[in-house]
Ligand binder design. Structure first.
Ligand SMILES: [Fe+2]
Length: 130
């Protein structure tokens, strides 16, 4: 049984999927079950991976990956930042690429309290508003 907004990854080809509609079946890729990803929050390397809610000098709010910004090199970078509203009715993904800043601007008209990010080497991380 899947749950809305869970992430699953193929252990072989690294396909990554997110559940938009729950179902009873399991997800199969490359001939075997995909792994359910549990977002990390406070393990080693958290300071460069946990999404942080921050305020810019102009008052605009944004998410930055890491209290120390995460590297954005060709070999090691943040693939996307996802924000989720409390009721899970608004989900927004910003895809990122090497040499960009590891950040996502927030739309001030919607209160967002939770964010996820996916590092190509270190997987899925979750951060909450302080
Ligand atoms: Fe990383």
């Amino acid at each position: 049984m899947t749950v809305k907004l869970q992430f699953y990854r193929c252990p072989i080809c690294k396909n990554l999927v997110q559940i938009l509609h729950e179902g009873e079946g399991s997800l199969i890729c490359c001939g075997q079950e995909m792994d359910l990803l549990q977002a990390k929050t406070d393990e080693q390397m958290a300071e460069k991976h946990v999404p942080k809610f921050m305020l810019g000098e102009d008052g605009s709010e944004f998410i930055q990956v890491g209290s120390i910004p995460h590297p954005m090199t060709d070999e090691h970078y943040i693939e996307f930042i996802e924000t989720v509203s409390d009721d899970k009715n608004l989900v927004s993904i910003t895809f990122l690429y090497p040499n960009q800043e590891p950040k996502k601007m927030l739309n001030n008209s919607v209160v967002i309290n939770k964010a996820y990010e996916y590092c190509n080497l270190h997987g899925l991380w979750e951060g909450k508003r302080d």
